[in-house]
Design a protein around this ligand. Structure first.
Ligand code: C2G
Length: 129
């Protein structure tokens, strides 16, 4: 059973997020998604439109997602990889290189982002920013 993990805010879920989840899930047998809590988003300098609970609820409805856990800080990844017996860590390539330290614990793969869509663009287009 190849276990995959990825991290993110996943606010206003869009095709870019779903394509990342679909590709990550295709690289293994089980996908865990660590969703940034509202408190951690404040540390990240992000204000999600949807609450952690709602973002978790939505992600749990995605066919590619097997488990959703909270992401509460920058430093939990090594512990998560060990605790959840992770074989593969996946992120979009806007993060390329940032999590290579995890290679001591699991495979690390950065997947190309989906161009032309982002939560920021959605908010801008809707005049929410
Ligand atoms: N993503 C993508 N294409 C887009 C937008 C996002 O592939 N057009 C990917 C990102 O690269 C990331 C995932 O979708 O892998 C989630 O994106 P965000 O919710 O923006 O996550 P972020 O705020 O980057 O948080 O510890 C890691 C952080 O929690 C990542």
């Amino acid at each position: 059973m190849k276990r995959v993990i990825t991290y993110g805010t996943f606010d206003l879920l869009h095709k870019g997020h779903v394509r990342l989840l679909k590709r990550a899930a295709a690289l293994g047998d089980h996908l865990t998604v660590a969703v940034s809590t509202d408190e951690f988003n404040a540390i990240k300098g992000k204000k999600a439109y949807t609450s952690y609970e709602d973002r978790k609820y939505i992600l749990e409805a995605i066919r590619y997602v097997d488990e959703v856990i909270p992401e509460e800080n920058w430093d939990q990844k090594v512990n998560d990889v060990v605790k959840y017996n992770i074989d593969l860590f996946v992120m979009g390539d806007d993060w390329k290189g940032k999590f290579d330290f995890l290679e001591d614990y699991c495979q690390v793969v950065y997947l190309p982002r989906t161009e032309g869509i982002s939560t920021t663009k959605i908010k801008d287009d809707l005049g929410m920013n």
